[in-house]
Design a protein around this ligand. Structure first.
Ligand SMILES: [Zn+2]
Length: 128
């Protein structure tokens, strides 16, 4: 396995690895000397966080500019939008987490609701 593939696993695909696989991943990262941060990243993907641990990160993110409109007038928030598009017998249901300012999140929710109302209301079971 190449270093790049190992880095990709440690940074993106470590969630759900067995303890044995995680031990092998750590051992290989140490053996190759490609960065102890990779081990921390792999461990972070499998850790359960408490609200107290997450709060500083939430505060940090909520103070950033809105990723949708680029403005920083209000603190950012998060929501999940769900949208259904049905074409004949094919139904596409999309549920996405979104981060943005309250105005942009409201617009995204309205847009998803209108799209579902116009294009996906007959999709079973999500459009009903
Ligand atoms: Zn915005």
């Amino acid at each position: 396995m190449s270093d790049n593939e190992l880095i990709r696993i440690a940074t993106h695909d470590a969630k759900g690895l067995t303890d044995q696989a995680t031990a092998i991943l750590k051992s290989e990262i140490n053996k190759r000397g490609i960065g102890k941060e990779l081990i921390e990243g792999a461990e972070a993907q499998n850790k359960e966080y408490t609200l107290e641990e997450l709060l500083p990160y939430c505060n940090l993110i909520s103070a950033l500019n809105c990723p949708i409109c680029g403005k920083s007038l209000e603190k950012l928030n998060a929501t999940v939008t769900a949208q259904t598009i049905s074409i004949l017998i094919i139904t596409n249901y999309e549920k996405r987490p979104r981060i943005g300012c309250p105005k942009c999140l409201k617009n995204k929710n309205i847009s998803a609701a209108i799209t579902t109302l116009v294009l996906g209301w007959w999709g079973i079971p999500w459009g009903q």
